[in-house]
Design a binder for this molecule. Structure first.
Ligand SMILES: [Zn+2]
Length: 180
């Protein structure tokens, strides 16, 4: 949505540029050990990830809007988000909210794929409201650090990216309504 300084589109372009180019010409990637024998190969995992993200957006858009044929997705992967918005702009607010939550969730995924888990800390815990969420990659979930924020079994509360994205979009739209 407007006001986000780093959009999902932008992150997808970064992901493409940084991780799927056979010859690195951009700024060095400190996370990758320096190798002298060969340029970094195309990261097939990232290529697949981008393809899956586009496919998910496409499927979501086509099932949300069965009445009109949306036509083919753009050749440029990052343009799929604008394409999805264009073809669902006439739908009811709930469906548009679901679309925005999906786009936002993919933005979080792209950031995590680039090794940036600071995006998780920018969201308050949905249960206790603290700013102590951190990303646990092995569980594929965000975990709350608050010792008192646990389930009935005493286990720390955890959240999926979809839950975080949904809360974020709902909160953002509530704020926008109050501002007018
Ligand atoms: Zn919490």
């Amino acid at each position: 949505m407007l006001g986000d300084d780093t959009t999902t589109e932008h992150r997808l372009r970064l992901l493409q540029a940084e991780f799927t180019q056979p010859a690195r010409t951009g700024p060095g990637d400190s996370r990758t050990p320096t190798r002298t024998e060969a340029p970094a190969p195309v990261n097939l995992g990232i290529v697949d990830r981008i393809r899956a993200a586009v496919y998910e957006m496409e499927q979501h858009t086509r099932s949300a809007d069965r009445a009109t044929a949306a036509g083919p997705v753009p050749a440029d992967p990052a343009s799929v988000y604008e394409w999805a918005r264009q073809h669902t702009a006439h739908l009811d607010p709930e469906r548009q909210q679901a679309r925005e939550a999906l786009i936002y969730r993919q933005g979080l995924e792209h950031a995590l794929a680039m090794g940036d888990d600071s995006v998780i800390r920018k969201h308050p815990c949905p249960q206790c409201g603290c700013w102590g969420l951190y990303w646990r990659a092995a569980a594929d979930r965000a975990v709350c650090v608050n010792h008192y924020c646990t389930d009935d079994a005493g286990t720390s509360t955890t959240w999926t990216l979809a839950q975080i994205a949904h809360r974020h979009i709902v909160g953002q739209q509530a704020t926008a309504r109050h501002a007018t």
